[in-house]
Design a binder for this molecule. Sequence first.
Ligand code: FE
Ligand code: CA
Length: 550
Amino acid sequence: MSPPFAFPVRRRRLVASAAAGLLLLRPEGGFTHVRAGVQEPLPAGLFTLGVASGDPLPDGVVLWTRLAPDPLRGGGMPDRPVQVEWEVAEDDGFRQVRRRGVAIADPALGHSVHVDVRGLRAGAYYHYRFRAGAEISPAGRTRTAPDVHAQPERLRFAFASCQDYQAGQYTAYRHLVDEELDFVAFLGDYIYEGAPNPNAFRRHDGVGEPYTLADYRNRHARYKSDPDLRAAHAAYPWIVTLDDHEIDNNWADEVPRDPALQTPEAFRARRVAAFQAYYEHMPLRRSALPQGLDMQVYRRLRFGDLASVHVLDTRQYRSDQPGSLEAAQDPARTMTGPHQEEWLVHGLGTSGTRWNLLANQVMWAQNDRRAGPEAVFSFDNWDGYRVQRRRLLDYFGSGRVQNPVVLTGDRHCTWVCDLRTDFDDPASPVVGAELTGTSITSGGNPDIAGFHATYDPIMADSPHWKYIDNRRGYVVCDVTAERLLSHLRVVDSVWTDDAAIHTAAEFVTEAGRPGVQVASQEARPLARSTPYAGPIYDVHDDQDAFPLRA
Ligand code: FE
Ligand code: CA
């Protein structure tokens, strides 16, 4: 049994200050007054959305929760700030508490709490929990990063992306909890903005797409209503970045998917609402609190001298997608904006770590979608931003960047690739590796035969593609000074409750040798015995209308 949740010192201090009322600094500036005296008791069920931790540093992590007794209908909290106590302990019984304090859940931020805990030991496991009113949250477990100067022997993490709620169950996350990771990197499409689809495996709420802050809050809450997702957050610190569906399909800076239907003013308001709801639901530091139209997402984390994680934001500052290959070659086009590019180049060159991992959204490797001499590209990917891509790949190959490996989401398939300075020239140097993970659910259960019938012939024309696969899951990476070994973990189905997980293939990148090799792979599942006669298979990486029941 764990001891009672007790905060002797802080409790007294709070009671004393509550008697006089509290003046609290509001996140958007100005002060709010917490009234003294007796208040209505809080509704029951405050911790329906679970707990999370994120962005591990050598001396701390961010702890997150949001009070939401009625999560799918606005949250259900009274319109006043509420004190939330938190504690961090060495043990899951909370006997050896190392840090504790009180945070304020403010209605202006949806009664979310982001605690930037410091003063912890490096490379250490901790347990944490919250209390509000009479309720104690579920406990989470987290881990700090190694000391900046430490020489960790290994790092083990997973990356995941694209968890369309409508497309299937989060069974992959149930298995992720058992992987014994140092952290999880989430590469975007945490929610999807799609309207409820009556044919989907399970359905979004309401009608239409989210536009307002209230809409986006409810959508995030729907996603966190999934117990497997909550368990995955409670098990590890997450390093999150976003892609398009957190706001609007294929948005670019201030341009929505459908400029004819959303005025610039309306889309800016939508982006502000989506960013705020995103911040409210993620274990992000205060530095990511949206300011006006902007949110600071790109950032860097370090794991001793072994690895740096450069977290990218390829939506907020990008040029609008080009309409042609000629336009894709315009040197003025940017995926990152000039400031982020400068930040990335500087960080890659000075990180001092053996590995440089890019937590990235859309594919860097050229990705033709048509067999034969004709090429069809998605210009939402780096294929649409070719001059900047070439500039960065030349830099990868300049000798100034130690072991760059790009980790990618978005594609809803696995695509393991060598990165070359010129993908059309097989003689051009290999300068890095890209591991494009699959999706947690997006795309639903795979059409394996259709996928391979379409893409195997293109693979024959794309020598930088080393492995492709179309099953749902995530990728676990084991990193040492010598090599990065990655394991593609896939579930058999996202439409059953009890799907097992297994390793479909493993890939190795050796330090000092750019590129990636297939280390092992199982026999291809469901091999075709008769020629495939179905439709050309398209991988739905930019919409969520597709997934249907089996
Ligand atoms: Fe996606
Ligand atoms: Ca996407």
